[in-house]
Design a protein around this ligand. Structure first.
Ligand code: UT7
Length: 329
């Protein structure tokens, strides 16, 4: 059998739009309070993209940083995998638009609609293509402008989400380590707990459904909460075991940033102290597909990831989808 090619992350980058929306700003928009939002979610502020700024613009900024660090020129990218549920347009894919912006003219292009798990789905697909020798450099992105698809009159959702982008260059390597393993899963039977009911081909936009605000995110929060903790625990445990590590050998956990209470419950179940868990939800809120790659980029830049250390990435989102990855640096 042909030897599998290893893959590693050679560069990361992130970008969030400069405009900050604080909990105090939200107090003026819906019936909520800074105390409630902090206590129930851990969020203090989130970033909001200006009108006219698309995910491709945020992704472009994050990708430039990642490519520079990796020392990879745009023409050397073989594949762009872009996780988003807030594409620039229904057609074409945002990956296509980004390819043109980057001048990555040799890249195949694909959007991944896996909500908050989109980046981890991308990493897994990237490492699989590299493993079979088809590609050498894959640009993986998670990007969202969720501010455009939330109902700013619905306090159940509008306090939670934010905009941003994170990117990673995944490259073939002769070295040991890198992306040790990935795990992906999903459960479409629970789709209705977190979805946008209209706006696709099955239920096109009409004056009536727009009037009823059915074209925005709808979520049954406490149900999603329970599934999120359970699925992320399973996903993290599964991949740690599969790559032959124990919980004590994990140096850093980078979970999807949806709620500080979900993150703390997950850490407890995995028996990891919170100083081994990266948290930035206070500054960004839930940025869906962008959450894990923004956190990964920040953790690397803060020097929290040392050579030879083991990092676990884990996410859960609408679909439901979930996934995990273990990386040795
Ligand atoms: O990224 C994909 C995955 N997403 C998630 O994992 C999100 C998971 N869910 C959550 O994070 C939490 O369920 C929420 C933060 C969304 C909600 O927290 P909760 O502790 O589950 O609150 P709840 O929905 O059970 O609501 C409790 C109360 C309700 O009032 P009553 O019925 O008890 O009078 C809500 O109406 O809190 C009320 N409430 C608010 N109050 C002030 C809901 N949103 C707000 C708000 N400000 N923004």
């Amino acid at each position: 059998m042909r030897k599998r090619t290893n893959s590693k992350i050679t560069g990361t980058g992130s970008f969030a739009p400069p405009r900050i929306l604080t909990n105090y700003d939200l107090e003026k928009m819906v019936e909520t309070s800074d105390e409630w939002i902090i206590a129930r979610t851990g969020i203090r502020e989130r970033r909001i993209a200006e009108d006219g700024t698309g995910p491709s613009d945020l992704a472009f900024e994050a990708s430039k940083i990642a490519l520079k660090e990796a020392g990879v020129e745009p023409e050397q990218i073989d594949l762009i995998l872009l996780g988003t549920v807030t594409p620039d347009y229904p057609l074409p894919s945002t990956a296509c638009i980004l390819q043109d912006k980057l001048k990555a003219k040799n890249a195949a292009v694909l959007d991944i609609v896996a909500a908050c798990s989109g980046f981890i789905y991308g990493l897994s697909i990237a490492s699989a293509f590299i493993a079979i020798g088809q590609y050498k450099n894959v640009l993986v992105i998670g990007v969202e402008t969720l501010s455009k698809i939330v109902n700013w009159e619905d306090r159940n959702t509008c306090v939670l989400f934010g905009d941003g982008a994170g990117a990673a260059v995944v490259s073939a390597t002769e070295e040991e380590g890198g992306i040790l393993g990935t795990f992906l899963s999903g459960d479409g039977s629970l789709a209705n707990l977190l979805h946008i009911p209209v706006g696709g081909a099955k239920a096109p936009l009409t004056n009536e459904n727009i009037h009823l605000k059915q074209h925005y995110i709808s979520m049954q929060g406490s149900e999603v909460f329970k599934s999120a903790v359970r699925a992320m625990e399973d996903a993290a445990e599964h991949i740690i075991q599969k790559v032959g590590l124990s919980s004590e050998q994990i140096d850093l956990l980078i979970p999807h940033q949806a709620n500080i209470r979900i993150i703390e419950a997950l850490a407890k179940r995995l028996k990891l102290p919170m100083d081994k868990v990266y948290v930035n939800i206070d500054r960004y809120g839930n940025t869906s597909a962008a959450s894990v790659p923004i956190a990964l980029d920040e953790a690397r830049r803060k020097g929290l990831i040392k050579k030879g250390s083991n990092t676990v990435l884990v996410a859960f989102g609408a679909g439901f989808t979930w996934g995990s990855a273990v990386i040795r640096w």
